[in-house]
Design a protein around this ligand. Structure first.
Ligand SMILES: Cc1ncc(COP(=O)(O)O)c(C=O)c1O
Length: 468
């Protein structure tokens, strides 16, 4: 398609990207509908099938709006409607949309060097970024493996744990989500339907344990992990420090520490999937470390590249050493496979544009202390929501850490999806998590408080109306 065919961006997002919603035509408007019809003619049909299924659950038209421009906390659709974004690219737009520092970096780096040469000839931006990422790890000597997506980072963690322990077994958690590429899909505990169609391709060595969502579940969850790990076949315990897509569940104190203890005692690695929680989202650069636990491997992704696809698996030096001296691999294979060939690479791993942007993102987060702001503003937001949502709103629980919040509503997925639609129609973008009954909120870490206040008021109104 010729670029000239694209409509010009709607300059309606306000200078600061801190404007309230402005709904000019009921979404989706005619432009969005027309472009959606084009998409439906060419897109793999799973997206339409998903919409139809959601419509069957909610009883509503689930047609999407088509996005065209964004700035800060605002997004505009093709019909000139302005929204406030509480999704922020599935939590990835940590700095908001169109962050100037990232845009300038992209421009500068695209004039310097666009393509890298992976493991053969590294670029200066890749070297500078890997140094920065290694320093995020709480112990000296950490090593880094870059990827393009969260799934890639999880793949790297799975491979590393196999090389480091010689054991294929993995303990993952019910409700967990680690990406949908074939490797991490095997660890998807969110819903069996993600795994089922692809079961023949998935690792048969993954076992699931309950994720402790509250104090009363702690002992049973840890005992289940312990029983699995004691078999001696488990090479990795893979956990989200806060269950994200599973519905924003914060484990009780002692859960992560308990997993650390089991992993150490049984010779397994503890892998913290911080793809959602990390880099400030949950009010800390690394949630696991903030909670007093040092994992063997930490996976980062989502917001790392400021919109450029990049992820990282960062690990203890002695664990990563397995890429030189793997366990459980015959010396001949190790020599032929590990030393002779690049057995873990991809054309765009370490892409200079993405690496340069990731450095800009880290500079912005640390420079503006966005992780600290997320912690403080998250507490305020949580307090506001709890106060505003009385019994008339039929809200079951509101929880969160930093700017990663979940509002669990009564009425199951039908009501959850209904609220998402009500909010969208009035200019507020949110998603559901868990079983579809949790409204998840992951705004930019710099979203102005006034937008969170306005959202709180609107949400409480809409939730009360939908409760009638
Ligand atoms: C905790 C967690 N891990 C991994 C992933 C997968 O990341 P990606 O979609 O970039 O592959 C996600 C995505 O939502 C996630 O939330």
């Amino acid at each position: 398609m010729a670029l000239s065919e694209l409509p010009p961006p709607i300059d309606d997002t306000g200078d600061a990207g801190a404007e309230p919603p402005l709904v000019r035509v009921p979404p989706p408007g005619s432009m969005s509908k027309a472009w959606l019809a084009r998409l439906q003619g060419v897109d793999a049909p799973w997206t339409a099938a998903r919409r139809e299924r959601r419509a069957a659950i909610s009883g509503l038209d689930e047609s999407p709006i088509v996005l065209v421009s964004a700035k800060g906390s605002n997004i505009a659709d093709l019909d000139g409607n302005r929204y406030v974004d509480f999704v922020a690219a599935f939590g990835a737009a940590l700095l908001g949309h169109g962050a100037t520092r990232v845009a300038r970096t992209l421009e500068m780096q695209s004039e310097r060097l666009v393509f890298g040469l992976g493991d053969v000839y590294p670029s200066d931006s890749k070297i500078a970024l890997t140094e920065r990422l290694a320093r995020l790890f709480p112990e000296a000597g950490a090593r880094v493996m870059l990827g393009l997506s969260g799934s890639d980072a999880m793949d790297a963690a799975m491979k590393t744990s196999l090389l480091a322990t010689g054991r294929p077994g993995i303990v993952a958690f019910e409700g967990g989500y680690h990406g949908l590429a074939t490797g991490p899909l095997a660890m998807n505990g969110l819903r069996a339907e993600y795994r089922a169609p692809f079961a023949p391709h998935l690792s048969p060595h993954v076992r699931f344990a309950p994720f402790a969502r509250r104090e009363s579940e702690l002992d049973a969850a840890l005992s289940a992990v312990d029983a699995l790990a004691k078999s001696g076949e488990i090479g990795a315990i893979v956990v989200e420090p806060i269950l994200g897509r599973g519905g924003v569940h914060i484990p009780p104190a002692g859960f992560l520490g308990g997993l650390r203890e089991i992993a150490t005692r049984t010779g397994a690695l503890l892998v913290a999937d911080e793809i959602w929680t990390g880099l400030g989202r949950s009010g800390a650069i690394l949630r696991s470390v903030e909670d007093g636990v040092i994992p063997d491997l930490v996976c980062l992704g989502k917001g790392l590249g400021g919109g450029m696809p990049i992820s990282a698996c960062v690990g203890k030096g002695e664990v990563m050493e397995a890429w030189r001296n793997p366990k459980g691999v015959s010396p001949e294979l190790a020599e032929a496979g590990l030393h002779g060939e690049a057995i873990h690479t991809a054309t765009h791993f370490g892409n200079p544009l993405a690496c340069a942007c990731a450095i800009a993102v880290l500079d912005s987060i640390f420079g503006q202390k966005l992780h600290v702001r997320a912690k403080d503003e998250g507490e305020v937001f949580l307090g506001m929501l709890r106060e505003a949502c009385g019994p008339e709103t039929k809200v079951r629980e509101i929880r969160g850490k930093g700017l990663m919040l979940g509002i669990e509503v009564e009425g199951g997925p039908a009501r959850g999806l209904g609220l998402v639609r009500d909010l969208m129609m009035t200019g507020w973008l949110v998603l559901t998590g868990g079983a579809g009954d949790v409204i998840t909120l992951t705004p930019p870490l710099n979203m102005p408080r006034k937008l969170m206040e306005a959202f709180t008021e609107r949400f409480a109104q809409l939730a009360a109306m939908r409760a009638l």
